[in-house]
Design a protein around this ligand. Structure first.
Ligand SMILES: *Cc1c(COP(=O)(O)O)cnc(C)c1O
Length: 383
């Protein structure tokens, strides 16, 4: 079915077409060309991290991370159950056992108070996800990591340009990963980046990203031929994609301002209504500047959630839910996951609904969404 108001729509807001044409004219369309370098410099300049490497996806940046941490069969990594499956899969591919931690009821981020009891001698890392681009409690998490000698990794797919206590998300962990998938704030269709904060990982990350070769050093003239020196794969995006991405990065402030406006209109429209009907809105702590990645409602019951999705569908509006907790997925169950392991994630997963949210959402369309939600009949959620 075709929706009058989709859930997501990719948008073209700057010089995407011009730069893509330039990349083609330039004659270098494989990885690490002119626009890839421009993206690296721009992101390193904004975020002040030691190194940024564009990748073909956030999933791939997580895979590089698992290789950099030298994850071996039998190792454990701790991560929230309420996340996208790649957060786990990248480590499971190397033989790790995912240990799922429950989330906080307010921000839906990993619950740092439940973290320490899950650490064992096999633990090799802590993976955080800044849900919706609202920062996890990084002070506590970094402190736990430090005391146990464990690297902290940020899956920052939602959180580019968000801040925790005034510092950019993605700059806290030893390594962090970004996504530029079509559904994210800033996109090139499919793409990602690895942010390296701990410089000890830079050289090896370049090798892993270049198929296990020292080609990056060769191109810089540091060695006179390149060869196979380590594990690796092909994680470089084409410069055509980097050109598209660079155009979006250039207008990042315009994108973020627009998303802030959308988020605030939803929030203001539903504040009183939410209190009346026991619908919970997102919580953003004072010390977090969020990235305005998504807007959700937590309905009083599963029946109300499904009812609202149907109700919006009848008005031509697509709303969606996520995430099925990873510990209850078929893969999660193979690792022993069972109901009751992460009660907050299970509760939220049944009740959460996400509303249309994209850079070109017009105020008129958003008002239609708001009015449709406000018309929802709580007494007969199925009608
Ligand atoms: C979107 C997303 C990913 C995967 O991003 P890709 O670029 O599609 O690989 C990983 N983790 C989280 C939390 C995400 O939201």
């Amino acid at each position: 079915m075709k929706y009058k108001i989709p859930f997501n729509r990719p948008s073209f807001l700057g010089n995407e077409q011009t730069y893509v044409a330039e990349a083609i004219a330039h004659g270098h369309i494989s990885g690490d060309g002119l626009f890839t370098r421009k993206c690296h410099e721009l992101l390193e300049g904004i975020l002040r991290v030691s190194k940024v490497l564009l990748t073909t996806s956030c999933t791939d940046a997580l895979e590089i991370t698992a290789l950099l941490l030298e994850i071996q069969p039998g190792d454990e990594v701790i991560l929230p159950s309420f996340t996208f499956l790649s957060t786990a899969n990248a480590f499971v591919l190397r033989g790790a056992r995912p240990i799922f931690v429950d989330i906080r009821p307010d921000t839906l981020n990993l619950d740092e108070s439940k973290l320490e009891s899950l650490i064992t001698p096999s633990t090799k890392g802590i993976i955080t996800v800044h849900y919706g681009g609202v920062g996890c409690e990084m002070d506590d998490i970094l402190d736990i990591g430090k005391r146990h000698g464990l690297p902290v990794i940020e899956d920052n797919a939602h959180g580019l340009l968000g801040k925790y206590k005034g510092k950019y998300l993605g700059t806290f962990g030893s390594l962090a990963t970004q996504s530029f998938h079509e559904t994210k704030n800033i996109t090139c269709g499919e793409g990602g980046a690895l942010l390296i904060n701990d410089p000890q990982y830079i050289e090896r990350a370049e090798v892993i990203r270049e198929k296990g070769s020292n080609r990056s050093r060769f191109l810089r003239g540091e060695v006179d031929q390149y060869t196979w020196i380590d594990l690796g794969s092909s994680y470089l995006p084409s410069d055509i994609l980097a050109a598209f991405l660079y155009a979006q990065l250039e207008v990042r402030e315009q994108i973020q301002a627009k998303r802030k406006q959308i988020w605030e209109l939803y929030y203001e429209s539903f504040r009183d209504w939410g209190k009346q009907h026991e619908v919970r809105l997102p919580v953003v702590p004072e010390h977090c500047d969020q990235s305005y990645h998504l807007f959700f409602l937590i309905m009083p019951s599963l029946e109300h959630r499904q009812g609202l999705i149907e109700h919006l569908k009848s008005r031509g509006i697509l709303s969606v839910f996520h995430y099925l907790p990873l510990h209850l997925s078929p893969m999660g169950q193979q690792f022993g996951g069972k109901e009751g392991d992460c009660p907050v994630a299970e509760h939220v997963s049944d009740r959460l609904v996400r509303l249309p949210f994209y850079n070109t959402l017009t105020e008129a369309d958003q008002t239609s969404v708001v009015n449709a939600v406000l018309d929802f009949d709580f007494k007969e959620p199925g009608s």
